[in-house]
Design a binder for this molecule. Structure first.
Ligand code: ATP
Length: 237
């Protein structure tokens, strides 16, 4: 099967520093792809490039079999949660979703309610987001990424800063959306212990280079040890 996302020699350079260096990453439809690497490895930059938020210095990106530059073709098919972008703290959760829906030409009230329900925020829908916990903000970010029913959802460190229960809630949402709606996910994390609970394949990034890409079924003990050596083992920071 063709890849839903394919990067070819993807490179991003800031000054003299190649923060992403010739990355050939491949994600198939229906996967939960875990991009793993320690802090500063280049995960966010790869996700920003795939999302179209940054331009590659070299190389290219194919999404849904088309070049990323064909923005009309990929528009609305990709949902993004990177660095809490697009969340307005002085507005309620509902109004945040409504605003994104309006921008995308969606006016259905029941659609907004369904999105909030799907991430467990129905009861808090009228509360201002500035009063939300970190986990609630992450769940709202996921709901925002889902506006327009994208086929691919990109989440940058969605469990960062969450307690174990908050992490479990995010995991449950991702696994359900993947199973029920066949949404493909790319998720970054520096915590292998968290990713390994849901990812169906992994890309390991170190100093801007994709060191390995494996399916969950190919994850041998040796590789697991290698992962842990890169990410410093399971941590809940
Ligand atoms: P973290 O988990 O800490 O966010 P990361 O793996 O997501 O790490 P990136 O945020 O992609 O890593 O950063 C990779 C490197 O690129 C870092 O050294 C960072 O300082 C550098 N970098 C990222 N964005 C820029 C920028 N706009 N200008 C200059 N350097 C940048």
């Amino acid at each position: 099967m063709n890849a839903l996302v394919q990067t070819n020699n993807l490179t991003k350079q800031y000054g003299k520093h190649k923060v992403v260096n010739s990355v050939n990453l491949s994600v198939k439809k229906g996967e939960i792809y875990g991009l793993i690497g320690r802090n500063g490895a280049g995960k966010t930059t790869v996700l920003r490039l795939i999302s179209g938020l940054a331009k590659p210095t070299e190389g290219d990106i194919c999404l849904f079999g088309q070049n990323r530059h064909n923005t009309v073709y990929v528009q609305n098919r990709v949902g993004i949660l990177i660095e809490n972008s697009g969340i307005y703290p002085n507005m309620s959760a509902k109004d945040n979703i409504r605003l994104k829906c309006l921008a995308m030409g969606i006016s259905s009230k029941s659609y907004i309610a369904e999105l909030l329900e799907g991430v467990g925020l129905s009861a808090a829908s009228k509360k201002k987001v500035k009063h939300f916990s970190v986990g609630m903000k992450q769940r709202l970010g996921i709901a925002l990424a889902l506006v327009g029913n994208p086929e691919l959802v990109i989440l940058d460190e969605p469990v960062n800063g969450l307690d174990p229960q908050g992490m479990a809630e995010i995991r449950e949402i991702i696994v359900r959306l993947n199973a029920e709606q066949n949404i493909t996910f790319i998720i970054s994390s520096h915590i292998l212990g968290e990713l390994s609970k849901i990812a169906t394949s992994y890309g390991i990034i170190e100093k801007g280079e994709l060191k390995k890409q494996v399916l969950k079924t190919e994850l041998t003990e040796d590789l697991e040890e290698y992962f842990f050596s890169l990410t410093g083992g399971v941590s809940y920071d």
